[in-house]
Design a protein around this ligand. Structure first.
Ligand SMILES: Nc1ncnc2c1ncn2[C@@H]1O[C@H](COP(=O)(O)OP(=O)(O)OP(=O)(O)O)[C@@H](O)[C@H]1O
Ligand SMILES: [Mg+2]
Length: 411
């Protein structure tokens, strides 16, 4: 991007969600990104975390980009973009290289990470991120920074996240067609985690659950690193659909009712509270009990969280979450959702919000902006100024080459 008359580092995040497209533009101040431009647009071309309509997605990106540019008086040229969807999966892997009694060098670390990522993938899949968990020098485990240590062999244990190549290419294509280049592609919940988790939580063991519009993303951290990844293609939009069907109201009205008056625990709503529900087909509004609205919401929230809890149990991680559960994403704004999560997980639960980040920080302080703010923080920490020109062939190859180095420092 071109700062007009200002010499400063800038970063731009594009959170391509199922519910909304958000562009956050930040200027660096004292090594912290300060949001100075924000643009949002409804994400009409996305379903369950993935692009299903290129043209609609391009329109939505253009709108959000334009809004952020006008607000910040800047021209956006490249972005760090998020990807999600249940095509993304994660597995643990390891690699080993001989050291033969020398000191471990930076290039040994490169080689051992190369070895750890050298797994056979289906032809239509590629590696999004290689996240180091620990290094082992001879028999000594739990090493974070092996450089300079002496040993006979160096081992790396990593968590590898892979995605469907065409699905990720569609994201890049939509950006390019909107006139912007992509400097990095980041799996959305990694960005959310950056914005809302503390280092202590990641160390002790925590489950980050990002409940958006079309997906619920789960990342399990322990020992400071990601141990497990999972994406459930269900989210807040499904709650809205249930309300629309159950109360026979248009989806737009169901969305408003959910956000303004929804509650995830029916018994927490007073039985005499009444709400006005618009009807479909020109009929007049009806007055119903607010408890009925909560009775529709509660089982869907429970279903989503139960599915996540089953996955946590299958990953044998339930005994390891000493810092409990952190809920984020727009649906974490639902009244009483933490109560339901506590009931489902039998663990302490908190809502993770990015908090104030200066500039427009107040506006992006809610859980719906966790991914956007986290993308900015990652971009700022790792440096993503480099612009990669739009290209149709080998799009991912160009973006990917930079991602390896990136997460090496991430740890
Ligand atoms: N106050 C609120 N109460 C209940 N639900 C809310 C509230 N605010 C936002 N939501 C819901 O959060 C969802 C959007 O969350 P978010 O913006 O994190 O989604 P997204 O990132 O666009 O989608 P995804 O991550 O699934 O691709 C919508 O379903 C919306 O209805
Ligand atoms: Mg999201």
């Amino acid at each position: 991007m071109t700062p007009m008359g200002r010499k400063q580092a800038f970063h731009v995040a594009l959170d391509l969600g199922t519910h909304k497209t958000a562009v956050l533009l930040a200027a660096m101040q004292d090594h912290e990104p300060q949001v100075i431009g924000l643009g949002t647009a409804p994400a009409a071309g996305m379903r369950r975390g993935v692009v299903v309509n290129i043209e609609q997605t391009v329109q939505s990106i253009r709108r959000a980009v334009h809004e952020a540019e006008v607000m910040a008086d800047c021209e956006i040229q490249s972005v760090v973009v998020s990807v999600s969807g249940n095509h993304v999966n994660g597995f643990n892997s390891q690699g080993m290289v001989p050291i033969r009694g020398r000191e471990v060098t930076s290039s040994d670390i490169d080689h051992v990470l190369e070895a750890a990522r050298a797994v056979r993938l289906a032809p239509d899949r590629h590696i999004l991120h290689v996240l180091p968990q620990e290094y082992v020098v001879d028999d000594q485990r739990g090493i974070r920074e092996p450089e300079g240590m002496a040993g006979v062999r160096l081992e790396a244990r990593v968590h590898v996240q892979t995605g469907s190549t065409p699905v990720v290419e569609n994201v890049i294509k939509c950006c390019n067609k909107s006139g912007i280049a992509v400097s990095q592609v980041i799996f959305a919940p990694l960005a959310s985690a950056e914005a809302v988790l503390t280092a202590e939580e990641r160390e002790l063991g925590v489950a980050l659950i990002d409940i958006g519009g079309g997906t619920t993303d789960l990342l399990i951290y322990e020992g400071g690193a990601v141990q497990h990844t999972w994406v459930l293609p269900l989210g807040g939009n499904h709650i809205t659909n249930d309300i629309a069907a159950g109360l026979q109201t248009p989806p737009g009205e169901a969305e408003k009712l959910k956000q303004r008056l929804g509650c995830a625990v029916a018994s927490a709503v007073r039985s005499d509270e009444r709400i006005e529900v618009p009807s479909v087909g020109g009929r007049g509004p009806r007055v119903l009990s607010r408890q009925i609205l909560a009775e529709i919401i509660e089982p869907r929230v429970e279903e989503i969280l139960n599915l996540v809890a089953n996955e946590v149990a299958d990953a044998r991680a339930d005994g390891h979450l000493r810092a409990g559960i952190v809920l984020t994403g727009g649906t974490a704004g639902l009244d009483h959702i933490a109560t339901v999560a506590e009931r489902v997980f039998h663990l302490p639960v908190r809502i993770g919000s990015p908090g104030r980040t200066g500039g427009l920080g107040d506006i992006v302080s809610g859980p719906a902006y966790a991914t956007g703010v986290g993308l900015l923080q990652l971009a700022a920490r790792m440096g993503s100024d480099a612009v990669i020109s739009p290209a149709s062939a080998g799009m991912i190859a160009k973006v990917r080459t930079r991602m390896g180095d990136w997460f090496r420092e991430f740890f």
